[in-house]
Ligand binder design. Structure first.
Ligand SMILES: *[C@@H]1O[C@H](CO)[C@@H](O)[C@H](O)[C@H]1NC(C)=O
Ligand SMILES: *[C@@H]1O[C@H](CO)[C@@H](O)[C@H](O)[C@H]1NC(C)=O
Ligand SMILES: *[C@@H]1O[C@H](CO)[C@@H](O)[C@H](O)[C@H]1NC(C)=O
Ligand SMILES: *[C@@H]1O[C@H](CO)[C@@H](O)[C@H](O)[C@H]1NC(C)=O
Ligand SMILES: *[C@@H]1O[C@H](CO)[C@@H](O)[C@H](O)[C@H]1NC(C)=O
Ligand SMILES: *[C@@H]1O[C@H](CO)[C@@H](O)[C@H](O)[C@H]1NC(C)=O
Ligand SMILES: *[C@@H]1O[C@H](CO)[C@@H](O)[C@H](O)[C@H]1NC(C)=O
Ligand SMILES: *[C@@H]1O[C@H](CO)[C@@H](O)[C@H](O)[C@H]1NC(C)=O
Ligand SMILES: *[C@@H]1O[C@H](CO)[C@@H](O)[C@H](O)[C@H]1NC(C)=O
Ligand SMILES: *[C@@H]1O[C@H](CO)[C@@H](O)[C@H](O)[C@H]1NC(C)=O
Length: 468
């Protein structure tokens, strides 16, 4: 119970900092002191919060780590574990129940925590539907329900949470479509739905999320085309649509979003060519992973100018032609996966791009397998980064011998060159100390290599060396 002195103090602060309380306190000011006490005990709000918290607790069926042991009436609810209240008005502003292996459903009473700004239920076993009452929390900015077992659909009423900055619903069992009404969330910056069972079209209204920076929608059943409207989202930085059933072409407007740094949509059914100026229109690109689709045409030479690139993966598509990218301007590249396309023309200079790739001093993975690369392995292969761990060249039309310089690649653990026309001695391979996986099968080497030599252990490697 507050004394009237404390009350006046808190009134001053209310006026300064929490205008929404003012009308209520002004009424109290004109109330005789004798009735003040009884009024305070019946303040709407704080007991509502207590009851809502108790309702949330009551639907927890298993609390293995004793999270809720402090949630009892001998302690003010603002001091209950995971609860934070506003200093002045004693209303719950954040609720953090994350990482306690809690089992249960989420009480609709949570919609009564009307001052709530943040709720974190991550990494528990909440099941059942997300109560639509959540939509009453118009002050809510951060909602994190990821890594639970929520089922049912995303409530349409979530659009009522107009202050939302972050929605994290990843790793649940949600079904249905994204409600188009969520396009009204003007403050939303991060929208994470990955690893659910969501389906249907991505609504056009997503193009109305004018503050959005990150879409993480991968591993769902989204189908249809990527809405053209997303091209309006000038602040978009992260686009993750992988492992869905998206089809059609990538709207060219997306390639104009100059803040994009992560662009990943592998494992869909997208087709079409990439714009030739891609590397100029997406200057902040770090991760470009569009593998396992049906893209065609050349790999844009302008990728030479995407100087922040870390990962480029176009695995298993239908890209054709020579690789004309100058990798010399991509100093941070660590993963280059061009496998399973129709790159190279079976010509002598097909691998000339390896010269520029030697400037990528952090390169760890280079996969050129299952393409049409011809010619000899250039000596510059030995000048690739010594960080290189995996080198895959199988299934091409490479001829000639393995350059002695390859022994510079001292950190190689995997070297696959099967299904080429390579010849000569494999002696040099014996000097790669870390090698665990070596596949030289289906070539024309001068020693007999059993076709089963898929896995070479260090021991087998040295044996091989002695006998050759
Ligand atoms: C309700 O608010 C009053 C005044 O702020 C406070 O004295 C009282 O402890 C609160 N009751 C609860 C249950 O929080
Ligand atoms: C209530 O919570 C407090 C703080 O955790 C604890 O010390 C006390 O034992 C609890 N009381 C009951 C009856 O569980
Ligand atoms: C709180 O929420 C529940 C369920 O939405 C509702 O039945 C109840 O009337 C609300 N109000 C209070 C004060 O608990
Ligand atoms: C959902 O929103 C609608 C429209 O604002 C409202 O009428 C309804 O009461 C809300 N449902 C709940 C459970 O809050
Ligand atoms: C969520 O679950 C996934 C899969 O079980 C796990 O990889 C990830 O680390 C979890 N994330 C968090 C933040 O607990
Ligand atoms: C996007 O917002 C505008 C303006 O609020 C509205 O007219 C339009 O219908 C919205 N588009 C979609 C697809 O929701
Ligand atoms: C991309 O931006 C350029 C320059 O602002 C503009 O001319 C072009 O029409 C845009 N393309 C698309 C598809 O939005
Ligand atoms: C694009 O990259 C190439 C190769 O690194 C370089 O020669 C060229 O000057 C760059 N162009 C621009 C406009 O930066
Ligand atoms: C490899 O690097 C060395 C040292 O920088 C250089 O002398 C040599 O010419 C390079 N070889 C090739 C084939 O690029
Ligand atoms: C290589 O090892 C993997 C896993 O250890 C095994 O599944 C595979 O069959 C092996 N391949 C060969 C060719 O021995």
């Amino acid at each position: 119970m507050l004394s009237s002195l404390q009350f006046k103090t808190s009134l001053q602060f209310s006026v300064l900092f929490i205008p929404f309380l003012v009308p209520f306190f002004i009424i109290l000011l004109h109330t005789p002191n004798s009735t003040l006490a009884s009024l305070i005990t019946t303040l709407p709000g704080n007991d509502t919060d207590r009851l809502a918290l108790l309702a949330i607790k009551s639907q927890i069926t298993h609390d293995p780590l004793g999270f809720f042991s402090s949630w009892n009436d001998s302690v003010h609810f603002c001091n209950w574990k995971g609860v934070t209240c506003g200093h002045l008005h004693q209303r719950v502003i954040t609720l953090n129940l994350s990482n306690y292996n809690l089992v249960g459903s989420l009480s609709p009473h949570m919609g009564n925590l009307s001052f709530l700004r943040g709720i974190n239920l991550q990494q528990n076993y909440f099941h059942g539907e997300i109560p639509p009452e959540v939509g009453r929390l118009y002050r809510l900015m951060y909602l994190n329900f990821s890594n639970n077992s929520f089922s049912g659909e995303i409530p349409v009423n979530l659009s009522g949470c107009s202050s939302l900055i972050m929605i994290r619903l990843g790793f649940n069992n949600l079904i249905g479509k994204i409600p188009s009404q969520l396009g009204s969330l003007q403050k939303l910056e991060r929208f994470q739905l990955h690893y659910n069972h969501l389906r249907g079209q991505l609504p056009d209204s997503l193009g109305n999320l004018s503050s959005i920076r990150s879409f993480s929608m991968s591993v769902n059943g989204f189908e249809g085309t990527i809405p053209e409207s997303l091209g309006r989202l000038k602040t978009l930085n992260f686009l993750g649509f992988g492992l869905n059933q998206l089809s059609g072409t990538i709207p060219h407007s997306l390639f104009n979003l100059s803040f994009i740094s992560v662009f990943t949509l592998p494992f869909n059914q997208l087709h079409g060519n990439l714009p030739s100026n891609l590397g100029f229109t997406l200057p902040n690109l770090q991760v470009f992973n569009i593998g396992h689709n049906r893209f065609t045409g050349p790999l844009p030479q302008s990728l030479s100018n995407a100087s922040n690139l870390l990962e480029l993966d176009i695995n298993s598509s239908n890209f054709t032609g020579k690789v004309k990218i100058d990798f010399g301007g991509l100093p941070s590249l660590w993963s280059l996966v061009l496998a399973a396309n129709q790159l190279g023309n079976g010509e002598a200079d097909d691998l000339s791009f390896l010269d520029s790739l030697t400037k990528c001093r952090d390169l760890r993975l280079l996969d050129l397998s299952e393409n049409g690369f011809g010619g000899k392995l250039p000596h510059s292969i030995g000048n690739l980064s010594t960080q290189l761990v995996q080198l895959r060249l199988g299934g091409n039309q490479l001829s000639g011998s393995i350059p002695i310089e390859i022994e510079n690649l001292v950190n190689l653990t995997e070297l696959t060159m099967s299904k080429n026309n390579l010849s000569g001695s494999i002696h040099v391979i014996g000097n790669l100390p870390m090698l665990r996986r070596l596949d030289l099968s289906e070539n024309a080497f001068s020693v007999h290599i059993p076709s089963s030599i898929g896995n070479i252990t260090q021991f087998m490697l040295y044996t091989l060396k002695r006998t050759t």
